[in-house]
Design a protein around this ligand. Structure first.
Ligand code: GCO
Length: 259
């Protein structure tokens, strides 16, 4: 066997990846993973200081990082961010729509404003970012869009209905993007994480009953670590996936496959 060397199929050197909501959690892990595969990173969040802190930490580790502070759920801010990229000659080759929020409450108690906030951030934002990215990718004839779905793209759970509706929407948004953009050399796909160890899930992780449920219900018998999404992300961001379109790949320790 020849000496093992990195497979060029998974090489994304020279590409620029915008990962929304990437100062921490899944977004941060995905961004660093794409950076390890060679990409220059554009880190996003709503707060300048949080984004700067994350970007500085990542630079200290050797990543090439740009900062983009904007709210993914506000159309003018998304358009403004892409206008700035244009002005600075930054082409987004890889877009990861990761930013997400959770709001846990029974539906009969749920306020419209909370429903709307969750839908806007978890679903509408992916449309807005996808639209602005694709407008620029189409003339170039290439690009990668990776939307972050969830187990709840397919399964409901009490108390998180707005989130599950948004994540179900992500599944169809991804197919819609594939339907319109595949012919332009853009691959749009999604990753569906299972129960992962993140700050967003702190309340669930620290609830012994919920923790036991996740471990019992997941064939892998454990929660996932954020960096376990990196393999799927690099695959979907790289030349390895040039004929993969509209798919939702679950990275969930097998949970979606069993009762
Ligand atoms: C929740 C969690 C979700 C899950 C995810 C699993 O409250 O249900 O916050 O983010 O971890 O849906 O895919």
């Amino acid at each position: 066997m020849p000496d093992a060397k990195p497979n060029p199929l998974f090489d994304i050197s020279g590409k620029t990846a915008l990962v929304t909501g990437s100062s921490r959690g899944l977004g941060r892990a995905i961004a660093e993973g794409l950076g390890d595969a060679g990409a220059r990173l554009v880190i996003n969040g709503r707060k300048a200081e949080t984004v700067k802190r994350a970007a500085d930490e990542m630079r200290a580790k050797g990543y090439e990082v740009l900062e983009a502070v904007f709210d993914v759920a506000v159309e003018e801010e998304v358009e403004g961010a892409f206008a700035r990229f244009d002005a600075e000659g930054i082409e987004i080759d890889i877009l990861v729509n990761n930013a997400g929020i959770q709001h846990r409450q029974l539906m009969v108690e749920l306020k419209l404003a909370d429903w709307q906030r969750v839908i806007d951030t978890n679903l509408t934002a992916a449309f807005l970012l996808g639209r602005e990215a694709a407008k620029r990718m189409i003339p170039r004839g290439s690009g990668k869009v990776i939307n972050i779905g969830s187990l709840t793209s397919d399964l409901a759970r009490r108390t998180v209905t707005p989130y599950t509706v948004a994540k179900g929407g992500i599944k169809m948004l991804t197919k819609g993007m594939a339907a319109e953009w595949a012919e332009h050399g853009i691959q749009a796909n999604a990753i569906g994480p299972g129960y992962m160890v993140t700050e967003m899930n702190e309340a669930l992780l620290s609830d012994p009953e919920f923790d036991a449920w996740v471990k019992g219900r997941t064939p892998a018998k454990r929660w996932g670590q954020p960096d376990e999404l990196v393999g799927a992300a690099v695959f979907l961001a790289s030349p390895a996936s040039t004929y993969v379109n509209g798919q939702l790949i679950f990275v969930d320790g097998g949970m979606i496959s069993v009762l």
